[in-house]
Write a protein that binds this ligand. Sequence first.
Ligand code: DAV
Length: 371
Amino acid sequence: MSWSPDNTQVNSWNEWDPLKHVIVGRADDCHIPPEEPALDAKVPEDSDMRGQWGRRPQETIDRANELLDNFANQLKARGIRVDRPTSIDHSQPATTPDFHTDSQFGCMPPRDVLLTVGSEILEATMSYRCRWFEYLNYRPLMQQYWDEDSNFRHEAAPKPRLTDADYHPDYLSEKIGVEKRLKWAEEKFFVTTEEEPLFDAADVLRFGKDLVVQHGFTTNQKGVEWLRRHFIDHRVHTVNFPGDPYPIHIDATFTPLRPGLIVNNPQRRLPEDQRKMFYDNDWEIVDAAQPAHNTPPPLCYSSTWLSMNVLVLDPKTVCVEKSEVYQAEQMDKLGMEVVEVELRDAYAFGGGLHCCTADVYREGTCEDYFP
Ligand code: DAV
């Protein structure tokens, strides 16, 4: 059956085929969560976020929602169906038999939670306690897709225990310093241990038959192994980006634009020995342009490299944040038509244009790009 906006079908095999149906997150009721091991390891040591938590100021929520709504409308105007999550009450504590934390996070960004592979949407384990229940924001949509698409496979990875055994205590000291962080990253010594499988969906990039997964703070080796045993028709590859002192999520680091072309963060280059599969198949990996900003916006977890957190609409069209002029210029030179989207004031809610979306339907089938 061919795709139409009122005929729900879940299908997406890569990051670039023509996008027809997408989820865009909301800033509703977003909280800065209290301290907890994995989250603290990510907050930069000089960040304005250290030591404070609670509901984000209402005017920042309203502004971020205005931008997210505008982005959704821009996508709709291009014929793309856009669905939105239903916010739960994020002020509620998250408590399980194994842990307690005093608040949750939000329903931004969906890319961290939902991994779409073909007709499946997989809810990630997550690795922060405050994000353990985040999938609940998307359950109304998952139930709707389940009812409307008889081929849709709704899956959830085993919920992790997230006891203290999941985190290396070395990462919990106030001052570690960037030098030591970089050394630890080089040694693949991250905040999460190998106690149990952990992964965030945003550590995974989809290249048809191949899934490329970043091993870092939010995804451990058992998490990668879990994905390998789960997606039995795929090849699953582990990648590392040693230049990143806070390695979470692959989507401000390694950005495929179309078959054969990837933009890579110049401070977080993929090591030579991990490039073989790309080079053997004539893929090009180019350095991303510099970000337009020297610092992230206030109360933001992410780095300035959200500049390269772009959303590809089809192999010739890419959404780039409006103020990221160098990234836009590079995309243009690489032969992409650039769609400008204003989103910077929503960055603090968990990321950029790729982060704040999750695929439901892209045209195309599962191809083998690395035979
Ligand atoms: O560069 O701070 C942000 C990735 C968000 N999904 C960074 C990574």
